[in-house]
Design a protein around this ligand. Structure first.
Ligand code: SF4
Ligand code: SF4
Length: 198
């Protein structure tokens, strides 16, 4: 493997590796500890003051920091947020996807795998026999949604909890992608397995 000189990278910004270089002030240690405590104290006092003023109906135009008690309390998400994919359906419940392969072709992460087959309905040329997305590889660029000519794939589920105890469950198949989204958040089967709780 070639040795990389991180301090002389041909880029016009400071990389995170370069910014690890500490000056004398940081190396003295205590001044930075005191500075950190001062910042934390300032935010604590400011937020307490703002929230106390709000209780009395004052300073309504100033926002205090709010802690969301996740996962019981969820932060409102932007409507445009690209969450987990879903495959949309026709009125008869079948997939809209025509297995044109555009999404698979454009995907920069090579994480869509489609197996096309002829449709039993002669009016429809093809449909996906299997449609898989390896969500571990996905970078959520949204290209697949943009490329689709049939509005067959969307990322509007607002589902962001994509972790799992079993990596193999993170390759979503067609059945899973076509399921109706009933609730936000991780589905019940995502609870820790028994071997983990022991
Ligand atoms: S969002 Fe981007 S990376 Fe993810 S499946 Fe779609 S095209 Fe691929
Ligand atoms: S999801 Fe859309 S772009 Fe992808 S294969 Fe189906 S019809 Fe084509």
């Amino acid at each position: 493997m070639p040795k990389i000189d991180y301090n002389n990278l041909p880029v016009n910004y400071k990389t995170s590796v370069q910014s690890l270089e500490m000056g004398l002030w940081e190396k003295l240690y205590y001044p930075e500890i005191i500075r950190g405590l001062a910042i934390t104290t300032w935010h604590f006092v400011r937020n307490m003051t703002v929230h106390t003023l709000h209780v009395f109906g004052l300073a309504k135009n100033r926002r205090g920091a709010v802690t969301y008690q996740y996962p019981e309390e969820r932060r409102p998400l932007a409507k445009r947020l690209r969450g987990r994919h879903r495959l949309t359906k026709k009125e008869d419940g079948t997939e809209r996807c025509t297995a044109c392969m555009l999404c698979e072709t454009i995907c920069p992460c090579d994480c869509i795998y489609i197996t096309p087959e002829e449709h039993s309905d002669p009016r429809v040329e093809k449909h996906p026999k299997e449609y898989q997305i390896d969500i571990l590889r996905c970078c959520f660029c949204g290209y697949c949604v943009e490329a689709c000519p049939c509005d067959a794939i969307r990322m509007d589920t607002q589902v962001m909890e994509l972790s799992h105890w079993d990596r193999t469950r993170l390759v979503y198949d067609k059945k899973f992608l076509m399921e109706d989204i009933k609730t936000l958040g991780a589905p019940p089967e995502y609870a820790p397995p028994e071997w983990w709780l022991k």
